[in-house]
Design a protein around this ligand. Structure first.
Ligand code: SAJ
Length: 420
């Protein structure tokens, strides 16, 4: 059945969802406050670089059922996919965009409509502030209109596959709302669609990213232990993972991206008394770039150099391999620590084009005259580097992802690998 759907927020989640719904036969209007995004969407242009996405986007446009515009208009279903920024010392921004979206929707909300929130939010938001904002127009959620929370859980880099095949949690403020939400997603989701209440669904979303943060935090702690014990953390954790009920993730230079280092703070903020393990894991992960700095300093010292005055090349500024996204990347605090200690830093990343400091994409020219190289992101393009062909001034390499073998003649440090 064709439904008129208005999606507020045409970002990394909103636009792909709009595309899937239009291709499934719905009449979709996408709304964004950024006029550039509206114009681009209407001209078939997007910054989302994901396998198979562009084809689906162009197909949706060709149906004539996908349009973008600046303001919210009447629909049967409203989907909110806006950012929910987090700041440790200022809670006021988190729900600002959700509330703005709700205020726009209220103006056109009719009895029988369904409103779905996809953005990650503190548990209690849907039945609390969102419901209150939507009821400001006089209609009651659950009685006059329907309201559900349906979190996204898409992995950047595998978006198209996951938007179709992942299981979807649909949390309603009442059963009818959850059932109506499920019906919308059923038009393109092939994974299971599981119904629950809105607050459980909000909690589940954050619990998923908390699992990642705590697991990686444990691996990062163990990587320091292994350095002290003179063993290799990756080998140790791979062997531990042979146990049928153990599943360690990997240690690394720190945790970036817009989800894993951020979302668990919503739980810590909401219930600090019961989130000691979670808070500690976040702090361990946040301290990891400082540990990488120590590895760089100790490797430079072994080569008779100091950080001050050294030219240090940071290989990779993306938060993870093969993506052009550097949000919350551990490269950011590492670069600022190196600069504060007097190093001159060159950021080298053939995948990322926009970053806080200029990025050099050519590896050989970035490394010319370098005193130390430090690998932060394990992009595939770095795997073939022939270190001895680079015109470095001093041979020092720090590998935070266990990507390389020790190149001949180099002082070599690997995160989580102790020296025996
Ligand atoms: N990382 C490690 N060790 C690992 C895995 C990741 O240090 O074993 C680091 C990465 O280098 C990166 C960060 O963690 O800096 C996050 O990377 P990621 O690939 O785990 O996650 P994202 O942010 O790209 O996507 C996450 C995914 N969630 C989880 O892995 C728990 C995705 O499934 C979520 O739906 C998405 O966040 C989201 O939207 O919340």
């Amino acid at each position: 059945m064709m439904t008129r759907i208005c999606i507020v927020g045409l970002g990394y989640i909103g636009l792909p969802t709009a595309v899937m719904l239009a291709n499934a036969g719905h009449d979709v209007v996408g709304v964004d406050v950024d006029p550039k995004i509206v114009e681009n969407t209407n001209h078939g242009v997007t910054t989302i670089k994901e396998d198979d996405f562009n084809g689906l986007f162009q197909k949706a446009r060709a149906t004539g059922r996908l349009k973008a515009q600046a303001s919210v208009s009447e629909a049967e279903v409203f989907l909110i996919c806006v950012p929910t920024p987090f700041s440790k010392d200022d809670d006021s921004k988190t729900l600002a965009y959700v509330k703005e979206a709700a205020a726009e929707i209220v103006k056109v909300l009719r009895p029988g409509n369904l409103v779905i929130l996809e953005s990650t939010v503190p548990p209690g938001t849907t039945v609390g502030p969102l419901r209150a904002a939507l009821e400001a127009g006089g209609l009651k959620a659950g009685a006059d209109f329907h309201l559900a929370y349906c979190p996204e859980r898409l992995l950047p880099g595998n978006l198209v596959h996951e938007i179709i095949h992942n299981d979807k949690i649909v949390g309603g403020v009442d059963m009818r709302s959850a059932e109506m939400g499920a019906e919308i997603y059923r038009s393109f989701v092939r994974g299971q669609i599981v119904l629950t209440d809105a607050t459980t669904a909000e909690f589940v979303k954050i619990a998923e990213n908390t699992f990642g943060a705590v697991n990686i935090g444990m691996a990062n702690e163990m990587s320091r232990m292994c350095e002290n014990l003179g063993i290799n953390v990756r080998e140790a954790l791979e062997l531990a993972n042979l146990h049928p009920r153990v599943n360690f993730m990997h240690p690394g230079p720190g945790v970036g991206g817009h989800c894993v280092p951020v979302d668990p703070w919503f739980l810590v903020k909401a219930d600090g008394e019961n989130s000691t393990v979670i808070r500690r894991a976040l702090e361990v992960n946040e301290a990891q770039p400082g540990h990488v700095f120590d590895l760089v300093r100790s490797a430079l010292e072994e080569a008779g150099l100091s950080v001050s005055g050294a030219k240090v090349v940071v290989l990779g500024v993306a938060y993870k391999k093969n993506v052009n996204d550097s949000r919350e990347s551990p490269a950011i605090p590492l670069i600022s620590a190196l600069q504060q200690a007097g190093a001159s830093v060159v950021a080298c990343d053939p995948v990322v084009t926009e970053f806080l400091v200029p990025v050099v994409s050519d590896i050989a020219s970035a490394c010319e005259g370098a005193d130390a190289l430090v690998l932060i992101t394990d992009h595939d393009v770095f795997s073939g580097i022939n270190f001895n062909s680079l015109a470095v001034r001093n041979k020092v390499l720090v590998d935070t992802r266990n990507m390389f073998e020790k190149p001949d003649g180099f002082v070599f440090r690997q995160l989580g690998v102790g020296r025996q």
